[in-house]
Design a protein around this ligand. Structure first.
Ligand code: AMP
Length: 583
């Protein structure tokens, strides 16, 4: 008995001792060096804010000899290295500082993809100012509107945009300097406003600059939406959001970029950061090829062959032009193996045409408000086990999320819909590079922490998202939804169709019925009846459009997308006016 009591006593002492030891250890560990106790426990790793300047600095130090090659608007090819780019970005930073540009000031750019635009991306954001990339394809009133709305202090523009600047300069009284991206000799003799040459601006500046360290949440780049309705809205990206997107987009299941790649962003640097490639290419040390203003099939193929481009990104129209040229000229591609197709849905016909030419089309989805990368269609772990038919269906989808982004689909009333690949609902996004509020807006654009993309989509059990429509383009026939994108894909697969848009037209019985608007290939004699008969067996019978209208050309937005609003205004009453019976 006595022995047991002693043992239990000893155990009690031991437990007390251990408890006290743990308490002492915890209080030491949670003690702040300043002496405060009970603080949160922080990691003790080096802190460096995620700043864009560090991406270029990294490339200049660790990929110093890797080239940036640009086709200039002057017509020639310019070639230098990441090291040279960094030096000139530092000269620009010195020049801007000397001219009184301060953190938070906006500097506008009207420029194609080229080395000087790259220097502006980094030199402007590097000093804490904001690089405001302006889409020159917008209407001139919209361009003047966004320059004034952003309160740009300087605007830098390519020589080829001089006529545009001539038109808008007097509508932009806040702009203090118009800087032409050229050397002194190329400046025009007369111009409605004083001009400065970019080369003169930076030429005499020191080649060293100590990039300031500041809060990674500060703004770096400003980009306005294309604004199909109302005025364009500004999306203000932070250093943190763009840096995280650069890391996320380089991953193997995203764009799979490496130092062995030669990357050619065809998507313009004035449209949502050229899908982040000016940041992710230096991050991995890939060679960068900037194609300037010549984006036709022949010019792209020639540049890609000369420079050994392995990877590129652009909208479907660009790839249609390349395919067309390569077929006509009997060309093949030596190194170019991967084309990111985004901005609008990739017609399955385009993917197979590229495949026949040895180029893999990788479908991607995003938007200005997502900086823009949301999903990329890369194979999931069991892709290889699927049948060829299943793989084809997967490849046609917009893909799986880029790590750092989350998606959901919701039905009417906001209830989340199942990921069954069939239920279509409003697509919502959240993540490290998703917009919170528009520039200058007093309140958040989020609903319960999610951004409503305005797209309608399905998500399958493997997480592959597929856009079925823009919510405003869905055709609502007799209370059911018809996907305009799917009907367009069928039309586009017809060999005599150059481009097709499907819109919902007013209908006395069904509210709306689909009508196809089509541009035929040159020399085609295709009739409406023949094209409608082509739909038999490809879609449900009640989805088959009620009519076809042939037009000589399609109205396009500033970013090369179909302007369905214009088509709806023109043809919205087509069925009522023609009093056609529905199918
Ligand atoms: P923007 O902000 O001008 O880049 O336009 C974004 C919109 O383009 C998205 O909300 C989609 O409606 C559309 N979009 C982008 N990528 C795709 C894609 N791969 N497939 C279908 N639509 C797309």
């Amino acid at each position: 008995m006595q022995r047991n009591a002693a043992l239990s006593d000893a155990r009690g002492w031991l437990a007390l001792f251990v408890r006290q030891a743990i308490n002492t250890f915890q209080s030491i560990a949670s003690e702040d060096p300043s002496g405060d106790k009970h603080m949160d426990l922080f990691g003790q790793m080096m802190y460096a804010p995620l700043l864009l300047s560090s991406l270029l600095q990294q490339a200049a130090r660790h990929s110093s000899k890797v080239e940036i090659v640009s086709r200039r608007v002057e017509g020639d090819i310019h070639r230098y290295t990441y090291r040279d780019c960094h030096i000139r970005a530092m000269q620009l930073a010195n020049a801007l500082t000397a001219h009184g540009i301060e953190a938070g000031d906006r500097i506008g750019t009207l420029a194609w993809n080229g080395y000087r635009h790259m220097e502006l991306y980094y030199g402007v954001s590097g000093i804490g100012a904001v690089c405001h990339t302006i889409n020159p394809r917008l209407f001139t009133e919209q361009i003047a509107y966004i320059i004034n709305h952003a309160q740009d202090r300087f605007v830098c523009f390519d020589m080829s945009f001089a006529p545009l600047v001539e038109q808008i300069a007097h509508q932009c009284p806040l702009v203090e300097k118009w800087i032409m991206l050229c050397d002194e000799r190329a400046l025009p003799e007369t111009f409605p406003v004083p001009l400065l040459s970019y080369e003169t601006l930076i030429g005499a500046q020191p080649q060293e600059f100590d990039w300031p360290r500041f809060d990674e949440q500060r703004a770096a780049v400003l980009c306005y939406t294309s604004g199909t309705t109302g005025n364009p809205k500004g999306v203000l990206y932070s250093h943190r959001s763009l840096s995280l997107m650069a890391y996320g987009s380089a991953l193997p299941d995203t764009l799979c970029l490496s130092s062995t790649d030669t990357v050619a962003p065809v998507v313009p640097m004035f449209h949502v950061n050229a899908w982040g490639l000016p940041f992710s290419a230096p991050l991995v040390g890939a060679k960068l090829v900037l194609p300037g203003a010549k984006l036709d099939g022949e010019s792209l193929w020639t540049l890609f062959e000369q420079e050994g481009v392995t990877f590129s990104a652009g909208v479907p129209t660009i790839w249609l032009g390349l395919v067309d040229y390569m077929r006509r000229a009997g060309k093949h591609s030596t190194h170019f193996k991967r084309a990111i197709v985004g901005g609008s849905a990739c017609p399955p016909q385009l993917a197979s045409s590229l495949r026949e030419l040895g180029i893999k089309a990788v479908h991607a989805w995003g938007m200005t408000e997502l900086s823009p990368l949301g999903t990329v269609c890369s194979p999931s772990h069991d892709y290889q086990d699927k049948s060829a038919e299943e793989q084809k269906c997967i490849d046609a989808k917009q893909g799986r999320v880029v790590p750092g982004i989350d998606l959901k689909i919701v039905g009417s009333g906001g209830a989340e819909l199942p990921w069954d690949g069939k239920s279509a609902g409003d697509l919502m996004a959240r993540g490290h590079w998703v917009l919170d509020r528009y520039y200058g807006a007093g309140q958040t654009a989020l609903e319960d922490g999610w951004f409503s993309t305005g797209d309608v989509a399905t998500i399958d059990p493997d997480g592959y998202m597929q856009i079925t429509d823009r919510s405003k383009d869905v055709i609502k026939s007799g209370g059911e939804w018809i996907s305009s994108i799917e009907l367009e894909h069928v039309a586009m697969s017809h060999p005599e169709v150059e481009s097709a848009a499907c819109i919902g037209c007013e209908h006395p019985k069904w509210d709306e019925r689909p009508v196809l608007i089509v541009v035929k290939r040159a020399g085609s004699t295709l009739s409406a009846q023949q094209l409608l008969a082509y739909y038999e067996g490809k879609v449900a019978r009640w989805w088959i459009p009620d009519d076809v209208v042939f037009v000589p050309e399609m109205p396009l937005t500033a970013t090369g997308k179909l302007q369905k609003l214009v088509l709806k205004q023109r043809f919205g009453r087509h069925l009522v006016d023609a009093a056609k019976p529905s199918a």
